[in-house]
Design a protein around this ligand. Structure first.
Ligand code: GDP
Length: 224
């Protein structure tokens, strides 16, 4: 169960019905197939299938959440292979949806040029990919959005790419803290054109919000 409490002045939480939840569950019951990892725009696979990308600061819990979504270790294991972490990794889900694992950003210890390189690739991909339907913007539920997240939001607004804020590790903060961050996140996107108005709150450890996120992504998939 995930807390759906809010207050009158907050946008309503995403609340899929039973059919949407079932459609999401079925889609994510399929084995994701690793397609390829790209370090440059020229390497991107042929477009055609809707794409959903996962983006966030390093250590935000991206691998854990993607694993929880797919119920497998496949995705994280592949993306954690040395040399793959700077790539944009493409996974095919039943030929109906592609999951795109983006490199984490805001990692101060990486050499500056490497950081710039990832940012450039992320920028190019977000600006130039017609089949990119949604970016799941992962934000740590203890901290809320940071300047690097705001930078990505601005880019997505400019590019007109829809994004869904997703709070991760929501088992960590106390209920009051979580409510505060949820509100802060809504305030951060209130004036942003391309953002969903309310975050989906998740915990990969507890499994909270995972069904909701599957339903949300299932809405974007080609019909089964
Ligand atoms: P990534 O770098 O964004 O892929 O992050 P990881 O998935 O590797 O997670 C970073 C750290 O946060 C690891 O120590 C995870 O065990 C921890 N973590 C990830 N998701 C959760 C969660 O939902 N709850 C808690 N408590 N810890 C989490």
């Amino acid at each position: 169960m995930v807390a759906r409490e809010g207050s009158a002045d907050l946008p309503p939480a995403y609340a899929p019905d039973a059919d949407m939840l079932e459609a999401g569950r079925r889609l994510f019951a399929q084995e994701p197939r690793f397609m390829l990892g790209c370090v440059a725009m020229e390497q991107l696979p042929e477009p055609g299938v809707p794409e959903v990308a996962f983006a966030g600061r390093s250590n935000v819990g991206k691998s854990s959440l993607v694993n929880a979504l797919t119920g497998r270790k496949t995705l994280a294991r592949t993306s954690n292979t040395p040399g793959r972490t700077r790539e944009i990794n493409f996974f095919d889900l039943d030929g109906r949806l592609r999951l795109i694992d983006m490199p984490g950003y805001g990692f101060a210890k990486a050499p500056k040029t490497a950081v710039e390189g990832w940012t450039e690739l992320i920028r190019d991909y977000i600006r130039g990919r017609a089949t990119l339907r949604l970016v799941c913007l992962l934000i740590d539920a203890r901290h809320g959005p940071k300047p690097s997240d705001e930078g990505l939001m601005a880019l997505m607004d400019q590019a007109g790419v829809a994004y869904q804020p997703v709070l991760t590790k929501s088992d960590k903060p106390k209920a009051g803290e979580l409510a505060k961050i949820d509100r802060k996140m809504s305030e951060a996107v209130a004036k942003r054109a391309a953002a969903a108005p309310r975050a989906i709150t998740t915990s990969a450890v507890k499994g909270w919000g995972v069904d909701d996120l599957r339903a949300r992504l299932g809405e974007l998939a080609l019909p089964g």
